[in-house]
Structure formats: C-alpha cells, structure tokens
Design a protein around this ligand. Sequence first.
Ligand code: SF4
Length: 221
Amino acid sequence: MEEKQRARQLIEILHQTYPDAGTTLNAVSAWELLVGAILASQCTDERVNKITPHLFAAYPTLAETAAADLTDIEEIIRSCGIYRNKAKAIKGSAQIILEEHGGQLPRTREQLLELPGVGRKIANLILGDAFGGQAVVVDTHCARISRLLGLTAEKDPVKIERDLEAVLPPDSYTDWGHFMVFHGRSICKARCRDCTACPLLELCAYGSQQDLAAKEAGDCV
Ligand code: SF4
C-alpha cells in the first residue's frame, strides 16, 4: 500500500479510537500552555496540572512573572523536578515576551525557539495547540510508535518530524502528536505493547510482522 494512503488510514482509525485526543495540560492561554509545557519536561502532565494553579494565582500576569523573585517561583514548582532551570526559563520567557514581543507570545517557531527552556517540541506544541497551526510534536511516544508503524526509521526528532510531514496529511500534523501520546499511554506502551488489542495492527509495520503467539502473549520488555 502506498505510504500516504496507509498514513490516511492510520489517521482515520486513530480519530475513531481517540476522538478527544488533545493536550492534557490545563491552560486557558498561550502563556499558560507555554509554562505548562516547560514544567512538563521530565514530569507528568498530571503533576504539572496540580502546580500551575498555584503558580498562576501567585503571578497572574506576565509582568508579575517577569518581576517575580526566582526563589519564590522555585518554591512553587519544586515538586516537578529540575525546578531551578524551569523557574529561570519561566521568568526569562516572561521578560523576553514583555520586552521584545509587546506582551504577546510570538507566533513563529524561530521566535519561540529563542525563549529560554523552549525547544522544538514545545515550540511545535504552542504553534499547534495555542495558535491552531499544524506542527508535529515529536516526543518519546511519537518517536517510538511512528518507528514501530514504519513511518520513519530515524531517531533524531527533527528527522522524524520531516519523515512524518512527508507522509501525513498536512491538516493532521498536530493531531498526530496527540494520537501518539494517547496510543502510547493506552495500548502501545513503551514496556508492553498490546498488539492483539491494537486497532492499528494490520497497518503497523511492526505488529503485522509478529507471529500470533507473540502477539497474544503481549510484547513486553
Ligand atoms: S500493532 Fe503493536 S507495535 Fe503496532 S502500534 Fe499497535 S501496539 Fe504498537
């Protein structure tokens, strides 16, 4: 089957399987989503969602965040790990957004990447989920499952993103990242893939090559 056609079929099934797939970070603005994404590095979205209400209650505006005492931010976000770097990134981003972008989050990937603590994954998340654009967020779920599906053989996130953009319909780039997270949490788990229960099995390069006994036993490492 032609790769783009296979990708379209995968998307169709994923849409049916995960109709509500989307970011699991709670945020009411682009700024809140950016802060949540910075905090989510090496931390669960669930924990981040417990921390951010306290942070935004203490610093409701960009100006208050930019002027905040770094140690006060650190204290609030301490439980999400690497909190010193994250506090610097949050305060530094608020300062740059205020001073260089008139208080509005920039809308290009290049400008977003200039904010401290913002890499390509976060920049793409903001472009897709805050600004309604199309960008593939390549996190560990997306990289691993896209490889298993046979849509890429790469390990480098930028190369994976390029491979995915070449086969996915352009209006599904943002959804793809969400689908991969939902699928990676429910069926195609890192340590134990449940290929027999997977709706993508017949279209999956990895799953369709495994023998039935192995699939039924579950593919656990
Ligand atoms: S068939 Fe198996 S390897 Fe392929 S996506 Fe489904 S669970 Fe993952």
